[in-house]
Design a protein around this ligand. Structure first.
Ligand code: B12
Length: 385
């Protein structure tokens, strides 16, 4: 089975019309396409940077609030300027984009505009027919970021269709104590896991903001996972939550699990090796929303593991069943402004006492600006640096 086609979709700055693109994303996913979705109100520069890092075949823009000729043209010009015009530009905006506008946009380098009334199946077919063939290079020599992005694609795709054996399950692949997968010295790797909806992505984005502010030259890589079944598409939506991580010093890659259970993809470890040997100070891995049995980070894969929990996990009994509570270095109770949070923290602390090892709890409200809990988490992660 061939690797899925990956596209990136977004809505431009000053535009909140996301209903159309949400419908189109779902249709693409249903037909085997992996969609990296950036959300709405996004700058042209951020879209182009994301498309390069994600090494997508095409960038799809949905625009309704006017200025589409200028916006699409700016994106096309940026892609060309950076030598990334191997990424095709397409999109739509219903009746707001006229045929005259579309002709002007095509002259500026836009590949295809879909007008009002186009059946969804026509768009899906177009993507399969035009963005699924052999990859082309841009007009210029690739930058280091493009080379890294392409290498990650090659690693990911080498696992598609059983072409390469997937690694043994995590539990069977214990690294010798202290061995950090042979990574470049100085690069620190943090693994974030926890149930869906606990706020992992928002927390990571706030952490990234602090790292960027504290260390002016810091470079950060994020490897973010979302679930998918072999042969089907996926909605890779973490970029839609990431605000601070849309930054020149951050390299983010969204990965589908492509059929692997447990929170990561078959290609994660190899991709992590590559990132850890590249020029990054920190690599942050975010798993998919995980269940009670998940232990996604094998020994030595990451330097510190963070389990992010929602205060609303049910009764105390539930805590006995969460394996990561035995393994995590730091347990974050996010959304700690919720009524149940104080009880949750004391119940979790009592649960951790059973382990008789050094584990720390932190309370955060990640969606609050300048949250002191996120500052504390950042300090804890940077300890002993
Ligand atoms: C739904 C809607 C809203 C909803 C948006 C909900 C949401 N979360 O998206 C609400 C009510 C919130 C809203 C608000 C506003 N809206 Co409004 N809205 C619409 C409406 C009725 C439909 C747009 C839509 O979703 N179409 C459904 C899609 C699936 O179909 P389609 O548009 O025909 O698109 C086809 C193709 O183009 C293609 N396509 C579209 N995008 C993409 C992307 C890719 C990658 C691909 C491959 C294909 C593709 O898919 C479709 C296939 O058939 C349009 C009017 C209209 N009939 O188009 C106005 C319209 C876009 N809105 C308009 C305006 C002015 C506003 C407001 C500014 C109103 C106000 N004063 O508050 C606000 C702005 C909101 C904001 N934050 O940006 C104007 C824009 C005028 C302009 N550009 O000159 C319109 C045209 C209405 C009008 N005639 O005045 N709006």
């Amino acid at each position: 089975m061939a690797a899925p086609i990956r596209v990136l979709t977004a809505v431009p700055i000053c535009d909140g019309h996301d209903s159309a693109i949400n419908t189109i994303n779902l249709e693409f996913i249903r037909h085997g396409i992996e969609v990296v979705y950036m959300g709405y109100h996004r700058y042209a520069t951020d879209m182009v940077r994301a498309a390069i890092q994600e090494d997508v075949r095409a960038l799809g823009i949905s625009s309704y609030n006017g200025g589409h000729v200028e916006f699409f043209s700016e994106v096309a010009a940026l892609l060309k300027k950076q030598g990334a015009d191997y990424i095709k530009l397409f999109g739509g905006g219903g009746g707001t984009i006229t045929t005259v506008d579309a002709a002007a946009m095509r002259r500026k380098g836009v590949d295809k505009i879909f007008f009002a009334g186009t059946p969804l199946s026509e768009m899906v077919d177009y993507v399969h027919q035009h963005y699924g063939g052999a990859r082309k290079r841009g007009g210029k020599a690739p930058t280091a970021e493009m080379k890294l992005a392409r290498k990650l694609t090659e690693i990911e795709d080498s696992y598609a269709g059983g072409k390469r054996k997937r690694p043994m399950p995590n539990a069977q692949r214990r690294m010798p104590k202290g061995k950090k997968s042979g990574r470049k010295s100085g690069t620190r790797v943090f693994g974030f896991t926890g149930p869906g909806g606990a706020g992992k992505t928002t927390l990571i984005d706030e952490l990234v903001l602090r790292l960027l502010n504290r260390e002016p030259k810091v470079r950060i890589a994020i490897l973010s996972h979302d679930p998918s079944v072999v042969g089907l598409g996926a909605l890779l939506g973490d970029r839609a939550t990431m605000i601070n991580s849309q930054d020149e010093r951050v390299f983010m890659r969204s990965m589908a699990t492509r059929g692997q259970a447990g929170g990561l993809s078959p290609a994660t470890e190899d991709c992590l090796q590559l990132l850890a040997h590249s020029d990054f100070d920190y690599v942050i891995i975010e798993t998919v929303g995980t269940g009670q049995e998940a232990m996604p980070f094998q020994m030595g894969l990451v330097d510190k593991t963070v389990l992010v929990m929602n205060p609303d996990y049910g009764s105390r009994l539930q805590l006995q069943k969460i394996v990561m509570l035995d393994l995590a270095d730091i347990v974050v109770v996010n959304k700690s402004d919720q009524e149940r949070a104080r009880t949750a923290i004391s119940e979790i602390e009592r649960r951790l006492d059973q382990n008789k090892r050094s584990q720390t709890t932190v309370s955060t409200v990640a969606n609050r600006h300048r949250d002191a809990g996120v500052d504390e988490l950042c300090d804890l992660l940077l300890e002993k640096r």
